[in-house]
Design a protein around this ligand. Structure first.
Ligand SMILES: CC(C)(COP(=O)(O)OP(=O)(O)OC[C@H]1O[C@@H](n2cnc3c(N)ncnc32)[C@H](O)[C@@H]1OP(=O)(O)O)[C@@H](O)C(=O)NCCC(=O)NCCS
Length: 319
């Protein structure tokens, strides 16, 4: 048995923050933000809204999309660096709220690359026979940790959640082994420390490394899967900055029509960005069952990676 994605869900906070809204408190402009990042607006949590609320909605959607029951879920894995509390994590609350009462549930922290790290864990659990059905969520509220007086970070981050349901089955292709990497020597380029609890970032260095790392990991993941870029229907990378996505695609030689660009209304939602981009592409008719796709992500650590899979592939024999 191997692993395949069979359901997708997403959720965004109600509150929309436009570039004009940020101009009220920051020395910035809509023109600068759009030209340098491709971002027009982002969503931020407000009132009593929590990461667990959004994650619950996204998970219920993913289950409904796949026509599966929460009672059958073996693991709920939530990738987040902005959980509602330091402990417990988001995952146990979500497992309880969706009715996954027999599931193991835990959070993972690999910053903006966390979703693909968690997805690889889900595949490993399934391939080893330890699980049949796993919910994998990317869930972050970056508005909680941006310094609202820092124009270089406040404008680029947003909040949101995406979730996929990963199922065991006899898939012809399924989820191929992911290429996951780290380089702790560059940890000071992007961090949040315990005292301050605010994002500090060297933007240009992060930019350069993001392009290099995502392009390299993509090539390696494709080689492992016995594929070339010509076989890829859609490249779905971390949505950090439109220019990072464009530069990475250019480095790989991928044309615009095979590159997911879903940043304009959500901004950089950290580990939620890849599943939110998947949801956007599916909604817009750019992603179809059976498509061969590459996921790539990059984040603080540094941590990054890429993986190849067939989108919503039909299992020859379902588990
Ligand atoms: C942050 C980022 C958007 C800045 O864009 P940039 O084109 O590199 O801009 P620079 O840092 O060179 O700054 C250029 C100028 O714009 C200014 N600037 C920065 N943010 C600004 C803003 N929001 N509005 C207006 N001006 C801004 C800078 O202060 C600088 O001014 P100066 O020339 O007078 O010093 C870009 O570096 C980036 O996206 N980096 C990666 C960030 C990221 O993805 N982080 C998460 C990784 S998971």
């Amino acid at each position: 048995m191997n692993a395949g994605i069979c359901g997708l869900g997403s959720a965004l906070p109600a509150q929309v923050i436009t570039n004009e809204d940020l101009m009220a408190t920051l020395d910035t402009s809509d023109e600068w933000i759009v030209r340098r990042t491709g971002i027009q607006e982002r969503r931020w949590l407000s009132g009593s809204e929590t990461v667990a609320d959004l994650t619950t909605t996204a998970c219920l959607q993913a289950l409904a999309d796949a026509g599966r029951s929460a009672a059958d879920v073996d693991y709920v894995i939530v990738s987040t660096i902005t959980a509602d509390r330091i402990t417990p994590g988001v995952a146990p609350e979500v497992a309880f709220r969706i009715g996954a009462h027999s599931a193991a549930a835990y959070d993972v922290a690999a910053a903006c690359a966390g979703f693909i790290y968690a997805l690889d864990q889900a595949a490993a659990l399934i391939e080893s026979g330890r699980a049949q059905l796993v919910l994998v969520c990317g869930a972050d509220a970056m508005s909680r940790i941006v310094d609202k007086s820092d124009r270089t970070t406040t404008v680029i981050f947003g909040d949101g959640v995406g979730a996929v349901l990963v199922a065991s089955g006899d898939y012809q292709f399924g989820l191929q082994p992911f290429e996951l990497c780290s380089d702790g020597s560059l940890g000071d380029l992007l961090y949040v420390d315990n005292d301050e609890r605010l994002i500090r970032m060297q933007g240009q260095e992060i930019y350069r490394n993001a392009v290099r790392c995502m392009a390299e990991a993509t090539r390696t993941a494709l080689t492992r899967a016995g594929m070339t870029l010509d076989d890829v229907d859609l490249f779905v990378s971390h949505q950090a900055n439109a220019r990072i996505i464009e530069s990475t695609a250019r480095e790989l030689g991928l044309p615009d029509e095979r590159v997911a660009m879903a940043i304009s209304h959500t901004a950089n939602t950290s580990s939620a960005s890849v599943p939110l981009a998947l949801a956007y592409c599916e909604r817009e008719g750019l992603l179809h069952a059976g498509d061969r796709i590459v996921l790539a992500a990059f984040g603080a650590g540094l941590v990054w990676g890429a993986g190849v899979l067939t989108w919503k592939e039909e299992a020859r024999v379902a588990a």
